[in-house]
Write a protein that binds this ligand. Structure first.
Ligand code: KIV
Length: 263
């Protein structure tokens, strides 16, 4: 996957092959993820795993611009999504002004907006002004304080109907794909079948058009908590701690540096 995927090929992948999305926050990891991902998401989850905050809400546009630039620099052939942080798309005008900054100050290919029916007008305004949008429905991390926690969606008939309406509104507004987070698997499959654009799941089962995971979760680097939907493909924190201990031991014993590390 060395050539950047286009919006048209992302749309065409629906029903043909699953799409791979992973988050990255810097050039170093973006470069490592690039060969095996269709899309790299600069998620505002960086506020938790990178900046050490309790939730995503205090992430700023300046932070997202900085990290999006870093990712674009590291993965020049990747399709990069910049997550619009909380409070930057409260009105059509505000959203357009902030998304224009993302497009002018980074090489991001699109932005991601949390919300469904309630954000459809804003998404349509962005799309009609040349901003490509990836939607985000279901569990919305930016609503964690107003909802009093991270609540899995699709458990009631009312939520099921709302999710379908949200997905259809996001599609009708012109988004080219959407993330669906924290939704009962059978409902996420139904939602996926109700729209013609790819639906990328996180904690939404396997009946969707692709998957996204936060890189620090799937590499086992984020120790604070592990959501049920995360599969750890590496015991990153144990490996890093072991390496650092080996280094510290060798510094203390003067085993490092050796001749080969010396000018
Ligand atoms: O911020 C993020 O990393 C996200 C993913 C959880 C989809 O929005």
């Amino acid at each position: 996957m060395t050539k950047k995927i286009t919006i048209s090929s992302i749309k065409k992948a629906k029903g043909v092959r699953p799409l791979v999305m992973i988050t990255a926050y810097d050039a170093l990891f973006a470069r490592l993820l690039e060969p095996n991902s269709d899309m790299i998401l600069v998620g505002d989850s960086l506020n938790m795993s990178f900046a050490g905050k309790n939730d995503t809400l205090s992430a700023t546009l300046e932070q997202m611009l900085y990290h999006t630039n870093a990712v674009c620099n590291g993965a020049k052939n990747s399709f990069v999504i910049c997550d619009m942080p909380f409070g930057t798309y409260t009105s059509k005008e505000e959203a357009l002004k902030n998304c224009i900054r993302v497009f002018q100050e980074t090489s991001a290919d699109c932005v991601k907006i949390e919300g469904g029916v309630d954000k459809a007008e804003i998404i349509a305004h962005l799309v009609s002004n040349g901003i490509a949008v990836c939607g985000h429905i279901g569990l919305l991390p930016q609503s964690v304080r107003s909802e009093g926690g991270y609540k899995v969606k699709g458990k009631t008939e009312e939520e099921r109907i709302q999710l379908i309406k949200d997905a259809q509104a996001v599609e009708a507004a012109g988004a080219f794909c959407m993330v669906i987070e924290g939704v009962k698997a059978e409902v996420a499959s139904e939602v996926t079948a109700c729209v013609n654009i790819p639906v990328i799941g996180i904690g939404a089962g396997s009946g969707v058009d692709g998957q996204v995971l936060v890189f620090s979760d799937m590499l086992g680097l984020f120790e604070e908590f592990t959501p049920k939907f995360v599969k750890k493909y590496l015991d990153g924190s144990a490996l890093v701690k072991e390496a650092i201990k080996n280094y510290a031991d060798e510094v203390i014993s003067r085993e490092f540096p050796q001749e080969i590390h010396t000018y």
